[in-house]
Every structure is written in C-alpha cells, then in structure tokens.
Design a binder for this molecule. Structure first.
Ligand code: AP5
Length: 207
C-alpha cells in the first residue's frame, strides 16, 4: 500500500533524516522543497531567485514553492513531504491538491535545534546528511556512502539558523497548530536517537 506522509518540524528537527529512511522503507517519493530550491537557487522567477531568500533564512514566496510541490506530487504515487507547507496559505493549497494518510510533527527543543544545524555537514555529491558530533562520518569530512566532500550548508551558520528558527515560529508554528486543531497531528519526540525516532514514526504510519 502506498502512503502519503507529511513530516512537520522546525529547521533541524530531523525531517530530512527521517524522510530518507521513510522513502527507503516504503518505496516513496521524497518530496522536499528545500532540496528542490537548492537545486534551482539561481532560476529567475517573477519574485526574483530563490537564493536571496534562502541565504537570509527567509521563506521563498508561496507561488514558487506551490508550483514545485504540485508538479512533484502529480508524478508521485506515494510520497513523504518534507519542508512544506510552511505557511497557512501553503497548507490550504496542499489540501486542495491531495489527501494525506499521516501527519507527523517532530518535536525538538530550540537549543538542540541550533546545535544540530550548526554541526550538520552534507555530502556535496550525494546529499547524505551527517553531524560532526551526533552522526559523524567514519573519516572526518568524507562521505561514508560515496567518498564525496562534506560541506556546511550556507544557511547553517549560527546567525542564519537563528533567523530560520524565528521565521519558523512566526509562519510555520501556526501550520502545526492548524493540523493539531484538525485532529490529524501525531507528535513524536524528535530528541531520541534517529533509529528510535524512525520506529515511532513507523508505528504512526502503520497504525
Ligand atoms: P529546508 O531545506 O527545508 O530546511 P529546514 O526546514 O530549515 O530543515 P533542515 O533541512 O534544516 O532540517 P531537517 O529537519 O531536515 O533536519 P536534518 O534531518 O537535516 O529549507 C531551507 C530554506 O529553503 C528555507 O529557509 C527557505 O528559504 C526555503 N524553503 C524551503 N521550503 C520552503 C517552503 N515550503 N516555503 C518557503 N520557503 C521554503 O537534521 C539536522 C541535523 O541534525 C543533521 O546534522 C542530522 O545529522 C542531525 N540529526 C537529525 N536527527 C537527529 C537525531 N534524532 N539525533 C541527533 N542528531 C540528529
């Protein structure tokens, strides 16, 4: 059976880490606006390029991301959606184009989030995620999966990470409340180790 899963959580909550595991386990499309925008940072839109917003930690305008998601979901049978919706307008648009089987919120304290973001390293070649302390690669700076170089994302400096968390509180926390009010939100403790978090998400998805 195919699943349509939405993962919600603040920057650094572990959405990307858990989405990759879910996509693998259930053979789902991993639809992530963050990766899609990073791959198209310099594409001109009528609102400018995504780069300027992303490097400041601000949200890219709704029409740009809505179009990315509509296209990606129309090609997907089952999916795990990560990084979207981030505004109430995006949430409304999403409910007009698809139904969801599970909505999971990864709950993580703000102090933990800053440590996770500033210590994250990403493989330049295959996109695999690491953390210098919590999920270190076997050899520092080298990807276990493909041998590529591990780099820090441009928006993972402490200043931009804090701005992203403020933007999350203002724009995206209301989206979490929206799903909670609808009675469909399942909250999972995102501070447990990645494998334990994954097991808890699996039990939500399979219930
Ligand atoms: P995006 O790429 O979506 O970033 P984000 O939401 O800020 O989320 P992150 O990727 O930072 O965190 P994550 O929750 O995936 O955590 P991860 O698993 O990597 O968006 C970037 C930008 O794009 C935005 O700022 C905005 O400009 C734009 N954008 C994107 N979508 C948009 C939208 N819909 N509308 C408008 N603009 C949009 O984990 C983090 C670290 O913690 C890793 O190092 C990992 O190894 C570690 N870790 C993970 N889980 C655990 C654990 N359980 N224990 C210990 N360490 C862990």
């Amino acid at each position: 059976m195919s699943h349509r899963i939405l993962l919600l959580g603040a920057p650094g909550a572990g959405k990307g880490t858990q989405s990759a595991k879910l996509a693998d386990a259930y053979d789902l499309e991993h639809v992530t606006t963050g990766d899609a925008l990073r791959a198209n940072k310099d594409v001109e839109t009528e609102h400018g390029t995504p780069r300027s917003y992303m490097e400041a930690g601000e949200l890219v305008p709704d029409p740009v991301v809505n179009e990315i998601v509509e296209q990606a979901l129309s090609d997907a049978d089952g999916f795990v959606l990560d990084g979207y919706p981030r505004t109430l307008e995006q949430a409304e648009f999403l409910s007009s184009i698809t139904d969801l089987d599970a909505v999971v919120f990864l709950d993580v304290d703000e102090a933990v989030l800053v440590d996770r973001l500033t210590g994250r390293r990403v493989c330049e070649s295959c996109g695999a995620n690491y953390h210098v302390e919590f999920q270190p690669p076997e050899e520092p700076g080298v990807c276990d999966e493909c041998g590529g170089d591990l780099v820090q994302r441009e928006d993972d400096t402490e200043e931009t990470a804090r701005e992203r968390l403020a933007v999350y509180e203002e724009n995206t926390a209301p989206v979490v409340e929206h799903f909670r009010t609808e009675g469909v939100l399942e909250t999972v403790d995102g501070e447990a180790p990645p494998e334990a978090v994954f097991e808890r998400i699996q039990s939500v998805v399979e219930s």
